[in-house]
Design a protein around this ligand. Structure first.
Ligand code: FAD
Length: 343
């Protein structure tokens, strides 16, 4: 439905503060929530407002404390049996209640399956806009206080910056792995405010009966160790070598777009501009040259190891450790050495 437009900026002075909606499953937070608190701190500092977080679920009080340790000044905590598993209606009702009462000027969610569903449901209830899948966030200083929400557009060929001038709050979902969490500060103190759940079980149509685990489902964004392969692998079979190395290290397999486009591995493994943005502790790039569209998705890794037979490959500029040589010799030798150390 089209929203009415007015050329004059309405008075939104009642809306102040940045709110991060923390996503959790079974009491464990998604990393993107802490990454958004890290980014939210910068936005809140520029606007000179508090950084707020909303934690909702059942038995999740520990996450409210963690949210403070990751940078929140004030955490709203809503614990109820109705919130044990994610369901759109009760979760969106809690968010809507908080937005109405706390009036944040900016609300951010992770661009995960849950975050996208929740943010979309909220945006249909509020007279405001939602920018999906942002990869850069900034604010214009007061008096405009506008959120500058940027995301790739036109088949990822350019960046679009989207503003929401006429309505509040300004809302966005943000890609996992792009923003950096602050180091956890156990001594940090903040306010924790409990909220009641506005829905009872009998008012909720959807029931969660069971969870069926999808076996083999890859979660690159949350992985701590990634062994990624590129065109240098020469075909799909060599991904077996990478899988063995990843298994030995307790990691998962990633890929460059060249390998995905060649049909050697599926797109869910792709790292980079049109794939996943990752922040693992260790990223091993095997037979990957280091094109900017690839490195933009992995340069946030704590440690990068590159294996390439070309000593001038650009990937070595990003690598903390570089090994020049043939991957078909090096990868099995590395796997063997790791297995021997583990025994
Ligand atoms: P290459 O550049 O061909 O590099 C292969 C490397 O393997 C070389 O450095 C070579 O020296 C090495 N090699 C070969 N044989 C061996 C061996 N036996 N042992 C050791 N090393 C060996 N790319 C992405 O990865 N992710 C993206 O999300 C992405 N998005 C894009 C979006 C757009 C709009 C565009 C235009 C491009 C995008 N690309 C993306 C493509 C990107 O520009 C590169 O083409 C791609 O990353 C190259 O993949 P590669 O490094 O595997 O292949």
């Amino acid at each position: 439905m089209a929203k009415e437009h007015n050329d004059e900026m309405p008075d939104w002075s009642a809306y102040r503060g940045v709110l991060i909606v923390v996503e959790q499953r079974a009491g464990a937070a998604k990393k993107v929530s802490w990454q958004l608190l890290g980014e939210g701190r910068k936005l809140a500092a520029k606007l000179e407002v508090p950084l707020m977080a909303l934690v909702l679920g059942e038995h999740v009080a520990h996450l409210a404390e963690e949210a403070v340790q990751y940078g929140a000044d004030r955490v709203y905590l809503c614990e109820a049996p109705e919130l044990r598993d994610y369901r759109t209606r009760p979760y969106s009702r809690v968010c809507l209640k908080l937005i109405e009462e706390a009036k944040p000027e900016i609300v951010l969610f992770g661009a995960t399956a849950t975050g996208r569903d929740l943010a979309g449901a909220i945006a249909t209830h509020l007279p405001t806009g939602l920018t999906a899948d942002t990869t850069q966030l900034d604010v214009e200083p007061p008096p405009s206080r506008l959120l500058l929400a940027s995301r790739p557009a036109f088949s990822e060929k350019m960046m679009a910056t989207i503003l929401c001038k006429q309505y509040r709050p300004q809302m966005a979902t943000a890609r996992a792995g792009v923003f950096q969490a602050l180091p956890k500060d156990m001594a940090r103190e903040g306010e924790i405010i409990r909220m009641d759940c506005p829905m009872r079980e009998e008012e909720i149509a959807a029931q969660v009966l069971d969870f069926l685990r999808e076996t083999g489902k890859l979660n690159l964004e949350e992985a701590e160790i990634i062994v990624a392969g590129g065109r240098g692998l020469g075909g799909p079979d060599a991904f077996g070598l990478l899988a063995e190395l990843a298994d030995a290290l307790g990691g998962v397999v990633g890929a460059s777009r060249a390998a995905v486009d060649a049909g050697w591995i599926t797109h869910e493994h792709q790292v980079g501009q049109t794939g996943a943005t990752v922040r693992p502790k260790l990223y091993i790039a095997v037979g990957i040259s280091g094109a900017v569209q690839h490195t933009v998705g992995m340069s946030g890794a704590d440690v990068v190891v590159a294996i390439n037979r070309d000593a001038n490959a650009p990937i070595f500029q990003f690598a903390h450790y570089g090994i020049v040589g043939d991957l078909f010799k090096l990868v099995p030798a590395l796997t063997q050495a790791i297995k021997e150390r583990r025994q």
